[in-house]
Write a protein that binds this ligand. Structure first.
Ligand code: UD1
Length: 378
């Protein structure tokens, strides 16, 4: 008699989830004893925020798309929960695996846990200790009900131990985002970059081929971009910093909305050395970062990617849930008004002083699947 496979629903919702699930889906495809069902919550839904990642990372089409779209935190989380519960009723999975710290992560783990379905959390244990970050709430909620904790660094495991999680439930298996990066770096380097401004006009980026150096910048944290005063300080610093080197700024939809709303977009559009584009696809962004001299960001994942690539990274946030990128890597936490002065210093740094954390080498997916195999028969 054929044995029933152990059924795992893998959840992805927002842009930073896609590069984490890609290597896992590939490693789980045609697995003899594990069956993976991919559920996309639809938290991100645009061509640029979602579809392009599926295409470029060759992620199979999701089995189910909950199509929840944007909304306030409560509305979005509630919609995901309602629709995901139906999926759990019909699919009857043995396990739900969530990744990262977005609203989809917390919503789906809560649904699964209440239905007594095992919850695995990849990227467990990260803590910024800043409860004003929606992601920190999502991390705390998810880890409070997770059964199997997969961490990306020892400090994350230590956070879980100090919260009373027992040793045998925690597995430090490396970084899936770096798996995607390692898998795609060569393809990315061959991409012919075609950048477009916010009106869809082609940007002349022939100068990128010279060795003069440029910075890549991303901002989307509500604490930086949803407040007019804070955003004003940032805009002034960006303009000043662009006198040091050209800045390429792929703008997240949230940031674009806020810049428009506060009347600040025109200033940026008329600054000659700042190049605004819409959000970029994975390979284009990876190529840009890999060939840049400096990254200025408030993202979580980019702190990890720049650590692997040994590109100096200025993170404009008071805290980070990824301190290992500072201890071992090329990352620094800075204040908004320090961007210009720190950028000048970062350009002088030598790559040889930067290290790469353990298991950030491109083989995390294999280790995770091995753990899931063992767990499924335990
Ligand atoms: C979400 C995550 C954040 C992650 C970020 C990456 C939460 C709480 N936040 O924040 O952790 O770092 O994704 O991007 O889960 N929008 C579009 N197209 C889309 C998606 C969003 O235009 O495909 C616009 C909408 O106007 C929306 C806004 O962007 O209101 C913000 O999107 P939302 O998903 O609410 O939060 P993010 O800021 O993207």
């Amino acid at each position: 008699m054929k044995h029933k496979k152990y059924k795992i629903i893998l959840v992805a919702g927002a842009r930073p989830n896609f590069m984490k699930i890609a290597p896992l889906m590939h490693a789980l495809q045609d697995h003899p004893s594990l069956e993976a069902i991919l559920v996309h919550t639809g938290q991100h839904y645009d061509e640029k925020m979602s579809h392009s990642f599926f295409k470029q990372l060759n992620i199979p089409k999701p089995h189910i798309n909950l199509e929840v779209g944007s909304g306030s935190h409560a509305v979005q989380t509630a919609r995901i929960m309602e629709r995901f519960e139906e999926v759990c009723f019909s699919e009857k999975p043995d396990m739900v695996m969530v990744v990262g710290d977005v609203n989809s992560t917390a919503a789906c783990s809560l649904v699964a846990s209440k239905l007594h379905i095992k919850v695995a959390h990849y990227e467990a244990g990260l803590r910024s200790r800043d409860r004003e970050m929606p992601e920190e709430i999502n991390r705390l909620v998810t880890d409070a009900i997770t059964d199997l904790f997969i961490t990306t660094s020892e400090d994350a495991s230590e956070n879980l131990f100090s919260e009373g999680i027992t040793n045998e439930k925690v597995h430090m298996l490396g970084n899936l985002m770096i798996d995607s990066l390692v898998n795609q770096l060569e393809r990315a380097s061959l991409v012919e970059l075609k950048l477009h401004d916010l009106d869809g006009q082609t940007i002349d980026n022939s100068w990128l081929k010279t060795n003069a150096g440029y910075a890549v910048m991303t901002f989307h944290r509500p604490s930086n971009v949803d407040n007019k005063k804070a955003l004003n300080v940032l805009v002034n610093e960006w303009v000043k910093t662009s006198e040091l080197l050209p800045i390429i700024f792929p703008i997240h939809p949230r940031t674009q909305n806020m810049l428009r709303q506060f009347g600040l977009l025109k200033t940026l559009q008329s600054t000659p050395n700042i190049y605004l584009t819409g959000p970029l696809a994975y390979l284009e962004f990876l190529k840009l970062v890999n060939e840049s001299s400096l990254v200025i960001t408030d993202s979580g994942g980019i702190q990890e990617e720049t650590t692997y690539l040994k590109i100096p990274c200025l993170t404009v946030r008071p805290t980070t849930e990824r301190p290992i990128t500072i201890w071992e890597g090329s990352n620094q936490l800075i204040k908004a008004h320090e961007i210009y002065s720190k950028a000048a210093g970062s350009l002088q740094m030598s790559k040889s002083s930067f290290g790469i954390p353990k298991y950030w080498e491109g083989k995390a997916a294999g280790r995770i699947v091995h753990l899931l195999e063992k767990y499924s028969i335990s």
